[in-house]
Design a protein around this ligand. Sequence first.
Ligand code: ATP
Length: 218
Amino acid sequence: MIQIENLDFRYPRAGFRLSVPELRIAAGERCAVIGSSGAGKTTLLKLTAGIAIPRSGRIRVDGVQVHDLNDRERRNFRISRIGFVFQELELLDYLNVLDNIVHTYRINRVLKLNRRVWERAAELAEAAGLAGKLGRMPRELSQGERQRVAVCRALLPEPGLILADEATGNLDPANKNRILDLLFRMAERSGATLVAVTHDHELLPHFDRVIDVCTFHA
Ligand SMILES: Nc1ncnc2c1ncn2[C@@H]1O[C@H](COP(=O)(O)OP(=O)(O)OP(=O)(O)O)[C@@H](O)[C@H]1O
């Protein structure tokens, strides 16, 4: 469950302000986030994950006030509870596909990287159409393939909250459907909340709710 109240966020140099009086997203809800380029969709996701810090207001994720945590606690909270598919993907260049997908298990001591996890990683990669590419380096992949690796990495720990920033943006129709199906299936299987930024209005009927960030401009 995400609860946002009286949130005020600014990028002063960009003259950007996001103001959210109230936003509640229930556990298990699947929300699309829309709005024109630069309207603040990524910023809303980063605020929710504790990556961007508001001037004032509250953001609670499963009852935890993310901004009350110190840097280290916030990072731990994020890697143990949130699967974030970044718009810039943020794959590690020096790790192959499979190692990128399991990377969260290497940096989070709570998660145990055992044989079953390796198997699930390979299954996820196959479901994402990446079978046969597990040993490749990110630079040897197409942008759409890299995007699918980032989705698998976010989903592998079965997080309670999936934040996906344009996760289907660079994909052809077949792969777009494959990734959407994977996101929804994984969210349903673990009862996760899904918040997905999209510019693709054809996808909106798949979601329970649409949040337009343009309504958050004071
Ligand atoms: N780190 C930053 N420092 C200063 N300004 C920033 C920073 N990141 C984003 N901005 C500005 O904040 C505004 C909102 O950016 P954001 O990335 O949230 O938009 P968006 O709706 O996700 O856009 P797009 O659809 O193009 O990805 C933009 O005007 C952008 O230029």
